[in-house]
Design a protein around this ligand. Structure first.
Ligand code: PLP
Ligand code: CA
Length: 304
């Protein structure tokens, strides 16, 4: 069944693939840009796909911005004509899950930045966080709300021991849901530095609570369910393009989509090949169908 081939493609193979697919799902960081620098040619790729009537969606584990603000990043980096409705972020999808699937009654305790909080608020979900806590508050003397029905953990550059402690207390209640926007371990920064990701924070809370977080973002197929509940998309018509094997390629596999690894981000061809050659079948879900150096390799396919 659909064995992933990890095939490096170019020229005419890219051309026929782009003709065959109607819907393109793009991961953002590592595919369209790296931090604040657009991948060379990527804005033109997007423009060209849209000009040819392709449907384009963005699936990002970045939970730190409201979709509107993420759309501003697109235009700042030269990607024109992207509407917030095309952007499916891990914070927006978390809000949809809490509102439409879990239908939480009561408040949600959030570990995460303003982006996460505001997506929830926009969905009408009451949020409790640490913003109004006294600076010297400790878990021995702090307020705990009595109606917290879910804990949501995302990237939080103001993460504190107190937030971890409060969240662990809320999760003592087995009825309280435990969600993570995403479980990304780290993100690359310029100059060989890394940014620890949401996954570090949810891991800390998993240990303290003895529970496992339910992950909303990639590789969970929930993000694709969010897209297909709002737009008519046939999985067979979709291509998922990403740079991280353990999130993007697994996400595509989990959703039954053809997958493409682009080498402008985190994962290398060698690792994809190792997953392919590995005997353990679970690793085959990390293997892409196709590999390109950069999505800019799409451009010649549209030239006559
Ligand atoms: N989360 C945070 C906080 C990030 O900074 C990034 C990348 O910069 C991501 C997630 C990953 O985003 P994507 O899924 O678009 O690669
Ligand atoms: Ca990425």
């Amino acid at each position: 069944l659909g064995f992933k081939q990890c095939r490096k493609i170019g020229g005419s193979q890219i051309r026929s693939l782009l003709r065959a697919k109607d819907v393109f799902l793009f991961d953002c960081d590592g595919v369209l840009w790296n931090g604040e620098a657009a991948v060379t040619g990527a804005p033109k790729v997007l423009r060209t796909l849209l000009k040819h009537g392709k449907h384009v969606f963005f699936v990002t584990n970045n939970c730190t911005k409201l979709r509107e603000n993420y759309a501003k990043k697109f235009s700042r980096l030269g990607f024109t004509g992207v509407r917030p409705e095309q952007i499916f972020s891990s914070s927006y999808c978390s809000a949809l899950y809490l509102r439409d699937v879990a239908r939480v009654q009561g408040q949600v305790f959030v570990i995460g930045g303003e982006g996460v909080r505001n997506e929830l608020r926009q969905a009408g979900i009451p949020v409790v966080g640490d913003e109004d806590e006294a600076p010297d508050a400790t878990i021995f003397h702090c307020g705990l709300a009595s109606d917290v029905r879910a804990v949501l953990v995302g990237h939080d550059d103001k993460f504190t021991f107190l937030k971890l402690a409060k969240a662990s207390c809320y999760l003592r209640n087995p009825e309280c849901l435990f969600l993570a926007t995403d479980a990304d371990p780290w993100h690359p920064l310029p100059g060989e530095r890394i940014l620890p990701g949401s996954g570090c924070l949810s891991a800390a809370l998993e240990v303290a609570s003895g529970r496992k977080a339910m992950v909303i973002g990639k590789p969970s197929p929930f993000m694709f369910e969010c897209i297909s509940s709002q737009f008519s998309v046939d999985p067979a018509q979709c291509l998922m393009v990403g740079d991280r094997l353990e999130t993007d390629m697994l996400f595509g596999s989990n959703c039954g989509l053809d997958t493409m690894l682009t080498l402008t981000g985190i994962s290398h061809m060698k690792t994809a090949q190792e997953y392919k050659d590995c005997d353990h079948p679970a690793n085959h879900s990390f293997v892409p169908d196709y590999v390109v150096d950069t999505i800019a390799d799409f451009l010649p396919a549209f030239e006559e």
